[in-house]
Design a protein around this ligand. Structure first.
Ligand code: APR
Length: 186
């Protein structure tokens, strides 16, 4: 997995993920940008999907976008954190990766789902995203390369820190933490 700062509509990957709403009929934010760039045929296809539940995801073609597919997922609206928001957000990443795997897709780019209009605290959402993607990649029978496509520098720095921390091998069991004296430091 990696994180970049970019406009997700410009990415030539197998699938970009759209942070949609349950109607799947377009909106603002990244949803609006994707529909604008993909063109009107996307909305035509979405009309036949009959919506999407929060935490679930559905796949369409990408039309005029450089990506091959769009996986539309619906993130939770933030209501303070005691209404199952973290589980729903995790499900968005899990279901999107499952669908990518079912369709034999190799590369997928996620926006920072729910952290715009839906108000999810960005750092908490990033932690859920990185943890869920890591756990799902381990459980899927296929390799899907994941790009976290951040729209702001702040979001990018948050993801880079999390990915770096996740990359650190867990300390070996019974290993004593390194002390200054070992490295000759005063
Ligand atoms: N590329 C990448 N990321 C983008 C882009 C873009 N072109 N445009 C916006 N973003 C980022 C935002 O900065 C935010 O970090 O996508 C993230 C998600 O924000 P929203 O698009 O507002 O999505 P969300 O918070 O999940 O709210 C979904 O908003 O647009 C409506 O129809 C949508 O009702 C749904 C709701």
């Amino acid at each position: 997995m990696k994180a970049i700062q970019a406009d997700i509509t410009t990415l030539a990957v197998d699938a970009i993920v759209n942070a949609a709403n349950e109607s799947l009929l377009g909106g603002g934010g990244v949803d609006g940008a994707i529909h604008d760039a993909a063109g009107p045929k996307l909305l035509e296809e979405c009309r036949h999907l009959h919506g999407c539940k929060t935490g679930d995801a559905k796949i369409t073609r990408a039309y005029k976008l450089p990506a091959k597919h769009i996986i539309h997922t619906v993130g939770p609206v933030w209501h303070g954190g005691a209404h199952g928001e973290s589980e729903s957000l995790a499900n968005c990443y899990h279901r999107s990766l499952q669908i990518a795997c079912e369709h034999g897709l190799r590369t997928i780019a996620f926006p920072c789902i729910s952290t715009g209009v839906y108000g999810y605290p960005a750092d908490q959402a990033a932690e859920i995203a990185v943890r869920t993607v890591r756990d799902t990649q381990r459980s899927l029978p296929c390799n899907v390369d994941v790009i976290f496509c951040c729209f702001s520098r702040r979001a990018l720095e948050s993801y880079l820190r999390l990915i770096q921390n996740n990359a650190q091998p867990a300390p070996a069991p019974n290993s004593s933490p390194a002390t200054g004296s070992e490295s000759g430091e005063a």
